[in-house]
Design a protein around this ligand. Structure first.
Ligand code: GDP
Ligand code: IMO
Ligand code: MG
Length: 428
């Protein structure tokens, strides 16, 4: 939260690390909260005063009424879903129009992008990525192909531009023999969403952010997805289609690298993954089921079972390096309360090869573990480091030593209040 800087809070595993909770808790300390990547594939859960919200495109700083929130140029936005999300928040008593800015450069997800998402997944068969079906891949593909529609397009000749791109999509769908659909109703909602968006400030948000930084204001960049779903650094091709890592903060908001302040890397005390793709620490046994049950590991967007396993230090070391993480944030430690032994993945093995660095192809590797004793006591009511059971403090120190990075924040329950600061990260 240094003046004139952008701090980033990045999921550094496979997403769903608890970004929404921490961004919401952090917001009072910043002037602006901004999303820089992804779209409604994200589901960020925020719980306070007995209420629960799941945000998809709107930044998690929205519940602090005095703060400006920005959907940056690196994001993709579905007008119909955005409208639903915004209306729900407004109905809960939070006005949005004067404090939510949408970048004119952000790309629009069309209803036909969602169909293409389904069609491409179906065509991949067994190799399907297990996407959220929100049209993310096709929208970023059109952006890269330089044929996409941007938020700024909705104010000029939009019907014509929309019809042109839609026709192109329909042509591809027909080539893929994906013709059994009727989007009339969905399209109606979507066009209504486009009109609804016009009441918001569709802005050159890179100018707004840089001006704020020049005035000494502070910005929190809210990550979406996780580093292992990054289009470049994730477990390709089982990834999302945006830059979820630190470089994405610069391109997705239009800020220079020297404006980046602290980089918070958020992870869970164990691992989860939704969708297909390599996951060396995955547990297929009763222990995996226990982690899922206790951690309520079901997708916030699709309701799918999250795959569960122990913490993966090989992956974390890699993503800490890629992002230049300055502070770690460990979530959901309470989920491990009842385990006798907690395993920690320290290396991967394939045949005779053992490595503790992230391999190019993470498929076919199995995890090598070390065992640590569990603390066997409830920690969700604790708010002070001095009250932690000894085995829990040891777990924290073990991870810090292995990753050579301090754990600055610990979360021990879903509630906003259950967030404990361990280190004074406001000092350099
Ligand atoms: P995000 O996508 O990174 O914002 O994370 P999600 O909201 O998809 O998933 C995180 C889930 O964990 C949500 O259901 C949160 O309410 C919950 N959660 C967050 N922190 C904690 C914690 O410390 N303990 C427990 N038990 N649950 C938590
Ligand atoms: P948050 O922000 C967890 C996963 C999908 C799939 C892959 C590609 O809540 O952490 P996509 O629809 O993006 O093309 O899907 O990425 N995925 C996520 N997994 N949390 C997310 O977001 C995710 N967003 C995408 O399950 O495997
Ligand atoms: Mg999520």
């Amino acid at each position: 939260m240094a003046k004139g800087k952008v701090d980033a809070l990045l999921g550094i595993v496979f997403g769903d690390e608890g970004k929404g909770k921490v961004v919401d808790w952090f917001t009072p300390q910043y002037n602006i909260v901004a999303r820089f990547a992804g779209g409604p594939n994200a589901g960020h859960t925020i719980i306070f005063d007995g209420k629960k919200f799941v945000l998809r495109s709107i930044p998690s700083g929205i519940f602090d009424k005095g703060k400006l929130n920005i959907i940056g140029n690196g994001c993709v936005i579905a007008p119909d879903l955005f409208m639903g999300e915004a209306k729900e928040i407004e109905q809960a008593g939070y006005t949005l129009t004067n404090r939510l800015l949408i970048s004119r450069r952000a790309h629009l997800i069309l209803p036909t992008h969602r169909l293409l998402d389904r069609a491409y997944e179906a065509a991949k068969g067994k190799k399907a990525v297990g996407t959220t079906g929100k049209g993310i891949g096709p929208t970023y593909s059109d952006k890269a192909a330089r044929i996409g529609l941007r938020v700024g397009d909705i104010t000029e000749n939009f019907a014509e531009k929309y019809a042109r791109l839609k026709a192109r999509h329909e042509q591809i769908l027909s080539e893929l023999h994906f013709t059994d659909y009727d989007i009339a109703e969905e399209e109606k909602q979507w066009l209504e969403g486009v009109e609804y968006m016009k009441q918001f400030q569709l802005a050159d948000t890179e100018m707004v952010i840089n001006q704020a930084l020049n005035e000494g204001k502070s910005v929190l960049a809210e990550g979406a997805q996780g580093s292992l779903l990054d289009i470049d650094h994730g477990t390709y091709p089982y990834v999302s289609s945006s830059s979820t890592t630190i470089g994405g903060v610069c391109t997705g908001l239009g800020i220079a690298p020297n404006k980046i302040g602290r980089v918070f890397g958020i992870f869970k005390a164990y691992s989860t993954r939704v969708g297909a793709g390599p996951f060396p620490v995955e547990l297929f046994d009763e222990t995996g089921d226990r982690l899922r049950d206790i951690g309520h590991e079901y997708g916030a967007v699709t309701g799918r079972n999250r795959r569960c396993g122990w913490i993966d230090l090989v992956a974390l070391k890699y993503t800490i390096m890629i992002n230049g993480v300055t502070d770690l944030v460990m979530m959901k430690s309470d989920v491990l309360d009842t385990f006798d032994t907690i395993k920690v993945c320290v290396a991967y093995r394939k045949g005779d090869i053992v490595t503790d660095t992230m391999p190019y192809d993470t498929e076919g590797w199995e995890a090598v573990y070390e065992d640590l004793p569990g603390w066997k006591a409830p920690i969700d009511g604790l708010r002070k480091k001095n009250d932690f059971p000894k085995a829990f403090s040891n777990y924290i120190s073990y991870i810090e030593r292995a990753l050579q990075t301090p754990i600055s924040i610990i979360s021990v329950s879903p509630d906003r209040e259950a967030t404990i600061i361990l280190k004074d990260f406001t000092k350099a």
